[in-house]
Ligand binder design. Structure first.
Ligand code: CA
Ligand code: CA
Length: 143
């Protein structure tokens, strides 16, 4: 019984992976626009101790299923726009794949503030808008 069940699971998995490879979707550009709340938890400003400005100093990571991108440090900003992929170098995504987003505010002399950490599931829509942590995230998929 156990062997049969295992066999069923393995054949289901191979059907799934076959399905994934057949349906792998190449998207030319993925534009990610991030708008960060002007306040973190309890209405506090991101940075209060100057000389660094009040807005967060943003850095982080974006993970697509096939590739990972580091977001370099952007000082004192509430919004940024990132563009991944190109006509020559397409981003591969299937419906149901997750895009993992992790954003921090770089601090000095203390732990960095977490801005956002979570997944956005690609559902096939051309535009997905969601909120993760303190960030409003808009993802546009250009085929
Ligand atoms: Ca901070
Ligand atoms: Ca700052």
């Amino acid at each position: 019984m156990r062997k049969i069940l295992l066999g069923v699971i393995i054949s289901m998995l191979s059907v799934c992976s076959m399905y994934n490879s057949l349906s792998a979707f190449d998207i030319a550009n993925v534009i990610i626009t991030i708008e960060i709340d002007t306040e973190k938890s309890q209405g506090k400003k991101w940075d209060t101790i100057n000389p660094w400005g009040v807005p967060p100093d943003v850095y982080g990571t974006i993970k697509f299923p096939m590739e990972t991108h580091e977001i370099e440090l952007h000082e004192d900003i509430y919004s940024l726009s990132l563009n991944y992929g190109s006509v020559d170098r397409r981003v591969k995504l299937n419906v149901g794949d997750s895009i993992y987003i992790e954003l921090f505010d770089k601090d000095r002399g203390r732990m960095d503030d977490l801005i956002a950490k979570g997944n956005v599931v690609y559902n096939g829509d051309k535009v997905i808008e969601t909120k993760i942590g303190f960030a409003n995230i808009k993802i546009e998929f250009i085929i």
